[in-house]
Design a protein around this ligand. Sequence first.
Ligand code: PLP
Length: 387
Amino acid sequence: MQIAPAFKAPTRLLMGPGPSNAPAEVLAAMSQPLVGHLDPVFVKMMEELKTMLRAVFLTRNDMTFPISGTGSAGMEFCFVNLVEPGDEVIVGVNGVFGTRMVDVAERCGARVTKVESGWGNSIAPQQIAEALRTVSKPKLVAIVHAETSTGALTPVEEISKLTHDAGALLLLDTVTSLGGCPVRIDEWNVDAVYSGTQKCLSCPPGLAPVSLNARALEVARRRRTKVQSWYLDVNLLASYWGQERVYHHTAPISMNYALHAALRLVLEEGLENRWRRHKQNHLALKSALAAIGLELASQDGHQLWQLNAVRVPQGVDEADVRKRLLNDFNIEVGAGLGPLKGKIWRVGLMGETSSRENVRLFLSAFCQVLNECGRKTDAKAALAAVE
Ligand SMILES: *Cc1c(COP(=O)(O)O)cnc(C)c1O
């Protein structure tokens, strides 16, 4: 066997649905020497991570820590701990991640009621209210805050109130929203939440920040059946991430270094400033696209700042444009999924990637590629719309 040459990664501008570009400081943190997962130095860092995560989630929940695994592991963590066979679960489905939640809930033995909305639309509170009326004993309502597959935001507050009035728990997916737009776990009374590191926190993929409030923890503690996942059982994880520091699994040391560095940067910038930056760059991109006759596919008034679903114009080959952006300009954008396949490009402006400079870089390249692909596009008009 011939050994492959050393792998050398190109420098891409990551403007897809994640990962986003990680700041140099975060990548440098990862290359530090390893320490043991029970080293007092590491344990101190774990405490700082928990404190910073609480600040970013805007929660006082004690049980706030990163799961070892990507965002989907955070999803599984929430479902496996809160759901027992036979439980009734309501899931908002308006894209890939709501669909994935249904799959995960069913694997836990839940009886799932789907609340469906068109891909690109948000889930309306009245839809949840109706589902809550039809289900006899709803245990959990699960919603994707920012649907990365379609670019739609579902507001949480009203759904939260309806859920709690019906005596159920609220589970929220904030994988794409955390760090990119307001996420207020305590104010919105969210019982269980998970996120990921590689979207608006701009850290490499590999950890899933989660938080459970006292009500959710009580449900997990009072289960009749054992959590079917040993790895994700909160009762076991609590003794590693809590005060006892009992070995459970070997924490991915370097990933935790990276998250520590990334969260410091988020808090240094300030949540409000960070949200505003995402909003402004989204608006700049949106007006530039309008200037060249392109529009967003997601519902007006519910469009994400961090993920723009750009409708592919008639006669343009969606995949060809993406390929040219990657090969000729080192820019990655995402493809549409499911019913939106071939119909949209997903242009991410997440975390570090969300800058005015990147909006301009993207527009120049994108307009040039569109011209090559047979659609006359005025780059000057696009750039002029980005003030
Ligand atoms: C990316 C994403 C996930 C899954 O995260 P992975 O890190 O890919 O496992 C879940 N939900 C949403 C909304 C996402 O954008």
